[in-house]
Design a binder for this molecule. Structure first.
Ligand code: SAM
Length: 192
């Protein structure tokens, strides 16, 4: 039996959150797998804004989306996700349906270029302002690399502090696979 990866699990969980004309943000484009998944499901009138600080990641994502014939649905932004409010048109603030973070480093590239606790938290706080009512944020965090545990714990502490009347928060932690396994945080904005 093939094993379902945590990324596949996240993608499956995103499915009910898509609607026609969906606005999505990939906060960490990397090799473009998440951007591609978002672009596939937003429909022809939707848009994805994908951020990465590495030009290589942006080019990898551009290639993947071009090959899939979906590049027209995606804006690729070579800049930190902490600047996302400046790049998302003002009229979309408060109307973003889905935001995904896949933290850490670009696989098969320089492992010293990683997401950082302080800018990740900045970006998450901004994400709440961009999010629509019933909008959804997924964060995959990797405690296994240097700085990863601190970043993961900070994200979880922040998520736990969110108002329970405004947000539903789920934290998925491994209980039998070691302390370096990825962790997954889901945040849904409540309608009222
Ligand atoms: C685990 S990878 C993302 C994987 C990607 N979502 C995919 O589907 O292939 C993490 C990415 O975050 C990027 N990154 C690091 N700091 C960033 C920041 N401040 N803003 C945006 N991206 C950042 C890295 O360059 C790296 O490409």
């Amino acid at each position: 039996m093939s094993r379902v990866s945590l990324t596949q699990h996240v993608h499956h969980t995103l499915l009910p959150h898509f609607r026609p004309g969906c606005i999505a943000i990939d906060a960490t484009a990397g090799n473009g797998f998440d951007t591609l998944f978002l672009a596939l499901h937003i429909g022809e009138h939707g848009s994805v804004f994908a951020f990465d600080i590495q030009q290589q990641a942006i080019e990898n994502t551009r290639k993947r989306l071009s090959e899939a014939g979906l590049i027209d649905r995606v804006a690729l932004i070579c800049n930190g996700h902490e600047s996302m409010a400046e790049h998302i048109p003002q009229l979309l603030h408060g109307f973003v349906d889905i935001i995904v973070f896949n933290l850490g480093y670009l696989p098969k590239a320089d492992k010293s270029v990683i997401t950082q606790e302080s800018t990740t938290l900045q970006a998450l706080k901004i994400s709440l302002k961009l999010l629509s009512k019933e909008g959804y944020i997924s964060i995959l965090a990797y405690p296994g690399h240097p700085g990863g545990r601190e970043e993961t714990e900070s994200v979880k502490t922040w998520a736990r502090s969110l108002s329970k009347t405004s947000f539903n928060v789920f934290i998925h932690e491994p209980v039998n696979s070691g302390c370096t396994s990825p962790e997954w945080i889901e945040i849904t904005s409540m309608a009222t």
